[in-house]
Design a protein. Structure first.
Length: 99
């Protein structure tokens, strides 16, 4: 991360973490955003407490209408829901030009 920051000092860096040890590493490395992937609400709360504002936190994975409130109550800054795109039906649209 230090090399990227040296070359691109204005670049924001997001690190994905799927456990608390990785969250600690991301904070130590100076990540701007930490994507908390597939963590339980209890682990999300612990991660948010550990990060303590040193980075923005984003919860991802397992987000649906029955879990989103509990995830939000963990204190994360952002919630991403892949189901919005993973479950969307595909549409094949073509545009043909004739000259």
């Amino acid at each position: 991360m230090a090399r990227a920051r040296k070359q691109y000092p204005k670049l924001k860096v997001e690190v994905e973490a799927d456990n608390l040890a990785q969250v600690e590493q991301a904070v130590a490395a100076g990540a701007d955003f930490i994507l908390l992937d597939n963590m339980t609400p209890a682990d999300l709360r612990r991660a948010v407490e550990f990060v303590a504002g040193r980075a923005k936190t984003e919860a991802s994975g397992g987000v649906n209408l029955s879990t989103v409130r509990q995830i939000a109550e963990s204190g994360v800054d952002f919630i991403s829901a892949g189901a919005l795109t993973h479950s969307a039906p595909a549409v094949d649209i073509g545009l043909d030009f004739e000259m």
